[in-house]
Design a protein. Structure first.
Length: 88
C-alpha cells in the first residue's frame, strides 16, 4: 500500500523543523517509532507534546493533560505550531 503524504510532512520527516512560539522552542520531526499511524511528532523541552496522524487531511493530536478532545486538522507547519502552542 502506497500512502501519499503532503510535501510539508515529507520535508519535516527528512529535515526536522525547529521554531519558537511564545518563548518556547518546538521541534517537529519523524516519530521515534514509526508505526504508520503517526507521521510527525512535536517536542518541546525534550518531551513529546503532540503528534500528526496519518488521516485525510492530517490532524494534530495533543498528548498529555491538556489534550484536546478531538484532533485538529493541520495543513502545514504554521497550523501545526499554532495547535502545539495552544493558539487555536
Amino acid at each position: 500500500m502506497v500512502c501519499e503524504f503532503p510535501v510539508w510532512v515529507h520535508l519535516a520527516r527528512k529535515t526536522p523543523v525547529r521554531a519558537a512560539v511564545r518563548g518556547r522552542v518546538y521541534e517537529i520531526g519523524a516519530p521515534e517509532r514509526p508505526d504508520g499511524e503517526v507521521l510527525l511528532t512535536v517536542w518541546t523541552g525534550g518531551r513529546a507534546v503532540g503528534q500528526v496522524l496519518a488521516t485525510e487531511p492530517p490532524v494534530f493530536r495533543r498528548l498529555g493533560p491538556r489534550a484536546a478532545p478531538e484532533p485538529q486538522p493541520v495543513s502545514g507547519i504554521p497550523d501545526l505550531l499554532e495547535c502545539a502552542a495552544g493558539l487555536r
